[in-house]
Design a protein around this ligand. Structure first.
Ligand SMILES: *[C@@H]1O[C@H](CO)[C@@H](O)[C@H](O)[C@H]1NC(C)=O
Ligand SMILES: *[C@@H]1O[C@H](CO)[C@@H](O)[C@H](O)[C@H]1NC(C)=O
Ligand SMILES: *[C@@H]1O[C@H](CO)[C@@H](O)[C@H](O)[C@H]1NC(C)=O
Length: 446
């Protein structure tokens, strides 16, 4: 899978084959820079900063993949031991070939995570007339590789953060250690973190998380355009269906980071080898602008999906479930407490129960987003709801909207009990099943 960089001694006239796409460009006259005052962004100005609108302005999708004149259709394939100077090797990813021809020398490769030499280099060995097209294509290739590579590296830290809560979850929720996970589901929950932080329910986005959310948004939008890529990263059936006991999570998930590399790499490989997938994924233009999708190695928050998944599973396995009351206003709920004419107990925020826990048992938490009132309950644990709600919030195991609204959304969509992420036909990624908290008294999972 990991292709070595292409070695070639001949670097003469490498640029020639990039001209193959030239007839298409020539047929639509290049805009004349500076003549149109309304033109704020000049996509042909190599000195200007990259702008995401240029993917469309330059019609890069057509430049790359037009059925007749697109680069992918016209690039020559090397036959036999023919000099590979102006052609692509039969097994060479198109992006590797493209970068080789654009630079005029081999060695740049962006087709894998942590590829040996993948960094944007503005030096171009091409005709100035096609230089903007080539520069934008190269920039897009680099930005997508950068997202996948830094995402993978950030996952190491996210996994260790998520695993650091496991002992506390065992102590508080699952002393008998009876929760089991399917490895594949854990891997979904881990890798999907990038997309998950986009959810407003994940909490207020500050600092690094803002950058992460930007990357997650770009990823989701790209995947929306190119469902094959989403399926490449999160295949429907993987061999990793082994069952993992909660006490073994640490060993297993540390070991599994190798598998996450394979998952992310298969998505990236698809992009870098399959032109239509690349064009679809990049068609939002987000990867062609000046935004960076580099993730820092240590991003707090990238682990929230995995934590939500672990905690909610442990809760359900130990008898916790919720019941829901739809359509009540915040005032309705506030007025149901004793003293306001009712007898219910509410919990609004950390250490803020409306009533003495010993008088209540179950507590209601109200979701302002969805106007749903959730009651958390467990037939085996009397008086314990407040402690549980406090522990979840205080330890940042997850957020209550993600836990309750997510679980409800998952059930409402008929997906409860299934995989934690659902990839819809249109590429939309549904993350609500990351919460596996069961609804109703009788729904306790095995
Ligand atoms: C780690 O993964 C490898 C390959 O998937 C497997 O052979 C090995 O048993 C795993 N180690 C542990 C401790 O589970
Ligand atoms: C719940 O609280 C009441 C009143 O303090 C107490 O008598 C009872 O033992 C508690 N139940 C449990 C299971 O802790
Ligand atoms: C659940 O669905 C509602 C819309 O019905 C949405 O507003 C909310 O953000 C969703 N929450 C989660 C966590 O999926």
């Amino acid at each position: 899978m990991f292709l070595p960089p292409i070695q070639s001694s001949s670097t003469l006239f490498l640029f020639l084959s990039l001209f193959i796409a030239f007839p298409f460009i020539d047929s639509s006259p290049l805009p004349r820079p500076g003549l149109d005052l309304r033109q704020v962004v000049d996509c042909n100005d190599l000195e200007a900063s990259f702008d995401s609108s240029c993917w469309n302005t330059l019609n890069l999708g057509r430049y790359l993949d037009d059925p007749e004149t697109g680069w992918s259709r016209t690039a020559a394939i090397c036959i036999g031991d023919e000099d590979d100077a102006a052609c692509c090797l039969p097994t060479e990813p198109w992006t590797t070939c493209y970068l080789r021809l654009a630079h005029g020398f081999p060695g740049t490769d962006c087709s894998e995570i942590n590829a040996q030499d993948c960094s944007y280099d503005p030096a171009l060995a091409v005709d100035p007339r096609i230089a903007p097209y080539v520069a934008y294509t190269m920039k897009t290739i680099y930005a997508i590789n950068d997202l996948f590579t830094t995402w993978y590296n950030a996952l190491q830290y996210a996994a260790s953060q998520a695993l650091s809560i496991v002992q506390d979850v065992i102590n508080q929720v699952d002393p008998p250690q009876q929760t089991n996970f399917i490895l594949r589901d854990l891997l979904f929950a881990l890798t999907v973190g990038l997309a998950y932080v986009v959810a407003p329910e994940a909490g207020s986005l500050t600092g690094l998380l803002v950058a992460t959310a930007t990357a997650g948004r770009a990823l989701l939008k790209g995947a929306n355009q190119a469902p094959t890529v989403a399926r490449g990263i999160w295949p429907a059936g993987t061999e990793s269906s082994q069952s993992i006991q909660i006490g073994d999570l640490e060993i297993e998930l540390n070991n599994a980071t190798g598998i996450t590399a394979i998952m992310l790499n298969s998505g990236l490989e698809l992009l870098m080898n399959d032109m239509p997938s690349f064009v679809e994924f990049a068609s939002t233009g987000m990867f062609s602008g000046s935004d960076s999708f580099s993730l820092s190695k240590e991003v707090d928050g990238l682990d929230v999906a995995l934590k939500t998944f672990i905690v909610s599973n442990a809760m359900t396995s130990n008898g916790w479930h919720y019941t829901v009351n739809l359509g009540a206003t915040r005032d309705d709920i506030a007025s149901c407490v004793p003293g306001s004419g009712g007898s219910c107990c509410t919990w609004w925020a950390l250490n803020s129960p409306s009533s003495n826990p010993s008088m209540c048992g179950d507590f209601i938490w109200y979701s302002d987003t969805t106007m749903r009132a959730f009651t958390l309950t467990n037939p085996n644990v009397m008086n314990g709801t407040v402690e549980m709600l406090n522990a979840i919030v205080e330890n940042e195991w997850t957020t209550l909207p993600l836990l309750f609204d997510g679980a409800y959304n998952c059930s409402a969509a008929g997906n409860f009990g299934g995989a934690p992420i659902q990839i819809e036909a249109d590429g939309t990624i549904d993350l609500s099943c990351m919460s596996q908290l069961a609804e109703g008294p009788s729904l306790s999972k095995k």
